[in-house]
Write a protein that binds this ligand. Sequence first.
Ligand code: KIV
Length: 284
Amino acid sequence: MRVPDELSEDQAMSQVVQSRRLRAIDIGKRKAEGRKITALTAYHAHTAGIVDPYCDFILVGDSLGMVMHGMESTIPVTLEMMILQAQAVIRGTEKALVVVDMPFGSYEASREQAFLNASRVLKETGAGAIKMEGGAHFAETVAFLVQRGVPVMGHIGLTPQAVNTMGGFKVQGRLPDDERRLLEDARAISEAGAFAIVLEGIVEPVARAIATSPRVTAATIGIGASAVCDGQILVLEDMLGLSERTPKFVRQFGSLRTHIEEAVKAYAEEVRAGRFPAEDHTYG
Ligand code: KIV
């Protein structure tokens, strides 16, 4: 691109980059300013559009396998599923940073595999960052991606993709060595260049040790990891009261399941009674 003589480089860039969307770097700024970071998951254009004005970032989580598709775990989720839903979320939003989960099997084999799949996610969706589960053993992969232009969010503690090795979805931090191990995981991922780390299902004292550690400069985003974190995330369907089961760490801010059921019941009754559609809903 030729930068006209009379424009500064910044002005020239502003003509090209129109988007007001937050970037990974803005999440770090929120932490530096002591402002709490707000995030929710979303998988669809319409729900993402509702969430967008209120969240700093929206996570297209691989929880979509369980929430949208009724899978028992996130293990069967594919890269294609993530890309499809991330495209929908990008179409429905304009402000929040969109972060996309790397599904099981798409990044663990090597740092090269991780880069090829992460770059595919960024190219095909327009998302601003990816999220990867795993601790210190993934630090090298995190550094490899960040050095090549892929903003990375880490995810430690209860990592659902490890359900088969963890033996279930278990709260972390209760065993004698857990604090040292989880702190080391957070430090390694942060020092490798991750801009944020999701702390999932971690007992408060351990979450506190991580969130207040001077060596963890990445923003800590809690889900079941107490208010000590720099920000919070919940699965949208859980906080709306749409999910069948509500984990302990979720507060239901709505009761959509009941509302939807009432609406569907009323619709079915009106159709059966011949009261819907009425004249108002009929083309003359
Ligand atoms: O997949 C997901 O929705 C997540 C959040 C629970 C953090 O990873």
